[in-house]
Design a protein around this ligand. Structure first.
Ligand code: PGA
Length: 257
């Protein structure tokens, strides 16, 4: 099962996530980081930046990208990641790959992205947020657990949730390119973070509910190496919270996050 760690706040989760990433990367020659967008990973990026590690050789793959935004749009995930991850962490922008949403070549974009991940040797650590509807990446409810990178239609819920980054919901694209659940499952370690009461139901369903395409985040139950970092509010609907606290408080020193 996933290791579930209930922390006081998003900053503490960011520090643990950064630590998990850096400890793994210390053992790897050419580390590959799966980066996420949205509000959730920001404390992890901050903690990584203040750790001061040299990440200039780290190859990164984004989970997803909007389809239909003009190139260079400030809310395109390429632009968001350049701003929030590449610059503060000192990553090499040439080593950040984002699914290519150019209209002319959209039909082959998924296949090309999968090939690029494979050529890089796969993702070592994948950062994940979770949507209020249970999505990871932009795999909306109903996504095949075996899906690969492809074009998806966003749910109205997701577009409402992301409207805060745009002037209105009408400007949030209806389509995206996203790594599939099968793609995410291939990463060697998953770190899923969630903060706030509006994520509590999705977290409980993903961690403790049945594995189901109806809750794409439940894919984590099929993965052998997962860390879930949640604040108290996001943990509030977990049935086994006491057990997770007990396990973490008594974790053997040699067991890594
Ligand atoms: P958020 O989004 O980090 O902005 O809450 C998470 C997600 O939609 O996966």
């Amino acid at each position: 099962m996933a290791e579930v760690v209930i922390v006081t706040d998003a900053e503490a989760a960011g520090r643990l996530a950064a630590d998990a990433i850096l400890r793994r990367f210390a053992r790897i020659d050419q580390p590959v980081l799966g980066v996420a967008t949205g509000s959730t990973p920001l404390t992890t990026y901050r903690a990584l930046a203040s750790a001061g590690a040299d990440l200039s050789g780290v190859r990164c793959f984004a989970l997803d990208e909007y389809v239909g935004l003009p190139e260079g749009h400030p809310e395109s995930y390429r632009a968001v990641l350049d701003r929030e991850a590449v610059e503060p962490l000192g990553l090499d922008p040439a080593l950040l790959a984002v699914p290519d949403a150019s209209p002319a070549t959209l039909a082959s974009a998924g296949e090309r992205y999968e090939a690029a991940i494979t050529a890089a040797g796969g993702v070592d650590v994948q950062l994940l947020g979770i949507g209020t509807d249970g999505h990871i990446g932009f795999n909306e409810p109903g996504s095949s657990l075996a899906s690969r990178t492809r074009v998806k239609t966003l749910t109205t819920q997701t577009r409402e949730d992301n409207a805060r980054f745009f002037d209105s919901i009408d400007q949030v694209p209806l389509h995206c390119l996203t790594q599939g659940l099968g793609t995410i499952r291939d990463a060697r370690h998953l770190v899923l973070l969630a903060f706030g009461a509006n994520k509590a139901a999705a977290v409980a369903a993903a961690v403790e509910g049945p594995v189901s395409s109806g809750v794409p985040g439940s894919l984590i139950q099929l993965h052998p190496s997962v860390t879930v970092l949640v604040d108290e509010a996001a943990a509030s609907e977990l049935q086994h919270a006491d057990y997770y606290r007990l396990a973490y408080a008594n974790k053997p020193e040699w067991q890594e996050l």
